[in-house]
Design a protein around this ligand. Sequence first.
Ligand code: FAD
Length: 434
Amino acid sequence: MRRVVIVGSGFAGFTCARKLCRILSRSDEDVEVVLVSPTDYHLYTPLLPDVAGGLIDPRFVAISLTDTLPRVKLVIGKVDAVDLDGKTVTITGEGDTRTELSWDRLVLTPGSVTRLFDVPGLSEHARGLKTIAEAVYLREHFLRQLELADHETDPAVRQALRTVVVVGASYAGTELIAQLRALADAYARRRGFDPTEIRFLLLDTADRVMPEVGNRLGDNALSVLRDRGIDIRLQTSLRELTEDQVVLTDDTVVPTRTVAWVTGVTGAPLLTGLDLPMERGRLVVDTSLRVPSHPDVFAGGDAAAVPDVTNPGKITPPTAQHATRQGKALARNVAASVGVGVAKPYKHRDMGLVVDLGPRFAVANPLGVHLSGFPAKAITRAYHTFAVSRGVNRWAITLSYLTNVVTPRPLSTLGLVDSGEASFTGSEGIPEHH
Ligand SMILES: Cc1cc2nc3c(=O)[nH]c(=O)nc-3n(C[C@H](O)[C@H](O)[C@H](O)COP(=O)(O)OP(=O)(O)OC[C@H]3O[C@@H](n4cnc5c(N)ncnc54)[C@H](O)[C@@H]3O)c2cc1C
């Protein structure tokens, strides 16, 4: 029996595993599909801002692999090393056990991690938004600061506890700050103080917010967010972070206890040890998603620099939209490589982006049509609920949104994730000295 090993259960790996099993089930080829993943779920990352804002429960964005991929052999663990010539992977599992697994075809889809910069104090005092641990921690940590502020007698410390800094004004950071603002508003209303006492700062080195959605929608979002009391500072980032303050690049000192770093991504740490050609932190592949020097190795999603044939000279952006479709292309091309069907180059024209910006507002540019306000909100919610790959998760997410129409988002904390588990190393696996 031949074996295909898929590394990572993100959009690319999950979709590849699902489709590959379907293709193989219609053939006589004896091929085992193994999926190696540190979690037993596929994470629907686009809704992490809603989790951080307490709008939806973290379990609803975790799609069970056991329920959705019954024919795939699931190995819970992390691939630490790949022997490209000996055709094996080494996996570290529960309790640091190490297993070696051989493969006939290898699919590298370990995705990406938060891109960190050499800013003193960054990894100690900021948290990202790539995992459930980070989203849950951000929400609970922030609510805890609000609770502490209620009893704080020193006005300066109270203001620091009631200040949030988000770095990164592309869509993920902007969605995050909009959701945290909504959470803060709900808290202040319940506690009977003025929500504007909770201060929000959004920073970016660029001169626009969300360049991905174009100038018009970006400007629209900027003015709505400013109306909500979010202080947006462009061409500004962080110079230094300590436990109780940040220093901006324009030397402004902002006392705060809550800093989110959402400035973009780079390929997963596994990739750097492979000794394969990389482009902008991603593995070089051809249009069939094959690693050129190793025809039995495929890669896709955020981990791969996939040529964008609709945009010659460019690579596809790191989005779930591309990763999902690349997952399908990977399945087709891997199946073809074991004698089932024919391979095809990857080609997908970008369909645009939907960005949920909290209560009653969103922007979206589906197929180049620029929308904001209610129509964008309806499309954004419909798109995400449809795109989640399991019916019961879709149902739970829809119910959460409906519940929020009639009752404010919950404000209790469970304290299940500690600061270390939510750190860039603890949750994303970024080596301490990146
Ligand atoms: C907050 C946020 C919001 C976003 N919103 C959108 C959006 O609205 N629309 C959109 O198109 N995109 C969005 N994205 C981008 C999107 O999430 C990514 O492009 C997408 O997840 C990439 O899919 P992937 O399969 O390549 O990688 P991932 O989804 O990152 O999955 C990679 C998987 O591999 C696993 N892995 C890593 N290393 C190893 C290893 N060594 N061994 C085994 N497994 C490993 C990881 O644990 C992970 O499960 C958003 C991202 C974030 C963070």
